[in-house]
Each structure stands twice: as C-alpha cells, then as structure tokens.
Design a protein around this ligand. Structure first.
Ligand code: ADP
Length: 269
C-alpha cells in the first residue's frame, strides 16, 4: 500500500487549467476571470474554453456571464455546462436558489467542488479558467492536491492591505509547486474626468512585491466605470462594441496567458 497524498487526477478531456486567485475579495478576480475566458475564446475561436466558478459561497459567474438556467444531465449522468459567448460555464450559483445563503462546513464545500470538477461534461476543453474564492483556504488546497494545475494568475489591487495577502497566496502556490503566471494589478489608477490625468490612489507598492517574489506584473487595469457596468449587465467588457484601451488590456492579458500555456504540459486523457 502506498503512503502520502492522493495522486492528482486530471479532468477528463481538459488540457490545461488556470487558477485565478486573490488574497482578498472584491479586488476584481471574477471580473478578470470572465474577461480572460471570453478574450481567450475571441483570440482562438477554434479552441474550447471553460470557466468554473469555484467560489461556492459567493458565486459571481451567473451574473457576469448572464446565465441563470439549471444545467441538464446527459446520458452519462454528467451535468452539461451552460454556454454563453462561446464559453462553457459551471457555478454553484446554477444549482442553488439565488436568494438562499450556502451554510456549509468545509467537507460539504469539498464535496461540492469535486462535483463541479468531475461530474460536469467539461471535455473537450483546451483551457479551463477557475475563479477561486479569496484567500488561501480549503478550496485552493483541494484543487491543487486533486487536479494538475497548469498555472495561477494572481489578481490584486495595489494597496498594502491587499498586497500583504497576495504575498501569502504567492508563497502558498510556490510551496505547493504551482507555477505562478504573474500578477494582474487591478484598480491600479483612475483617470481624472476633468483633467485626464492618471491618479494612482492606492500607491505603487506592488512593484516592490513583484520584485521580492520574483513574479512579473503582467498588466495593470485602471478603475473604470464601464468595467463595473459590463459585470452588472452580464456582458464582459472584451465583448463591448466600442473597443477601448481598457478592453484591450484584457485581450493583452489573454495573449500573455496563451504564451505561458504554450510552454506548459498538456493533459491528453
Ligand atoms: P472579486 O471576484 O475579487 O470578489 P469582482 O470581480 O466581483 O471581485 O469585482 C468586484 C466589483 O468591482 C464588481 O462589481 C466589478 O464589476 C468591479 N470591478 C472590478 N474591477 C474593476 C475595475 N477595474 N474598474 C471598475 N470596476 C471594477
């Protein structure tokens, strides 16, 4: 009998998995996940992209991807992901009543997460983007211990309180040998509507953190009203008709991720 941790088991038909993580909530992790998944699909329409909302307590994907139906079961008794903008999505929010809070202990969360990973007809997928809950808790450990993660993208705002927990997240991924793709600095600045100047309200401490951890800052996204509006309306900014410098940043981020993924192993199961 072998000792040690259980062996990681790939998700059938899923080639590469990217975790989107943040230390704190409300820093733009879900917004990044939906724009990243949609931008990947726009850049490479021939590829299959999935988006898993692993935030069991606070699912945002139903709202941000404008999906509300209940998934149906296929002949193999697997749930079919809901699809919008060409992206296959799954979220706890599709399975529970919208207004009821999830009041679960850790074990129940783990069991739900396992269902969202293994009892969904994900394949074939080239990329699965996983929107993780904030922090460094059970969900992250469970994901990292059970499935092969291709890389993690860290999302943070630049103020010290957020950077301190981002450091903890980065150290966790390093300890558990998950490659860190880089940092997305969100809400990095705001453009003054009167004088058009860029104001960095939260400071510049992120540059020091990136250097200390030896992780690249991939992109910086300002605080911008249309980003909130797009999340609220269920249509990611990268799909807005009026292409602008802000949606372009998400597209460039998706290109960075593709460059990273092309150098990483692919699951062929
Ligand atoms: P998290 O997943 O980290 O909890 P969300 O992605 O849900 O954070 O973002 C929290 C709120 O902030 C959402 O309403 C979202 O639309 C808004 N938001 C995120 N990033 C930006 C930004 N760069 N500019 C304006 N609003 C943003």
């Amino acid at each position: 009998m072998a000792r040690g941790l259980p062996k990681k088991k790939p998700i059938k038909g899923v080639k590469q998995i990217v975790l989107v993580a943040s230390g704190k909530g409300g820093v733009g992790k879900s917004t990044t996940s939906v724009n990243l998944a949609t931008a990947l699909k726009l850049l490479e329409p021939q590829k299959q992209v999935g988006l898993l909302d692993a935030d069991v307590f606070g699912p945002s994907i139903p709202l941000m991807m404008n999906l509300n139906e209940s998934p149906i079961l296929n002949e193999e008794n697997l749930m079919e992901p809901l699809i919008n903008y060409g992206v296959k999505c799954m979220s706890m929010g599709f399975l529970i009543d919208k207004k009821s809070p999830v009041i679960w202990r850790g074990l129940m969360v783990m069991s739900a997460l396992d269902k969202l990973l293994r009892q969904v007809a994900w394949g074939p997928l080239d990329y699965l983007i996983v929107d993780t809950p904030p922090g460094t808790g059970d969900t992250h450990l469970s994901l990292i211990q059970n499935i092969p993660i291709t890389g993690a993208l860290l999302v943070t705002t630049p103020q010290k309180a957020s950077l301190d927990v981002t450091r903890r997240g980065a150290i966790m991924f390093k300890k558990l040998e998950v490659p860190i793709i880089g940092i997305l600095e969100n809400m990095s600045s705001i453009t003054c509507p009167k004088c058009d100047n860029n104001i960095s309200i939260f400071g510049h401490d992120i540059d020091k953190l990136a250097e200390e951890l030896d992780i690249p800052i991939l992109r910086k996204i300002p605080l911008y009203e249309e980003i909130t509006e797009s999340s609220n309306s269920g249509k990611p900014l990268v799909l807005s008709v009026s292409k602008n410098q802000y949606s372009d940043i998400y597209t460039e981020l998706a290109k960075d991720i593709i460059v990273f993924l092309t150098k990483q192993p692919i699951n062929t199961n």
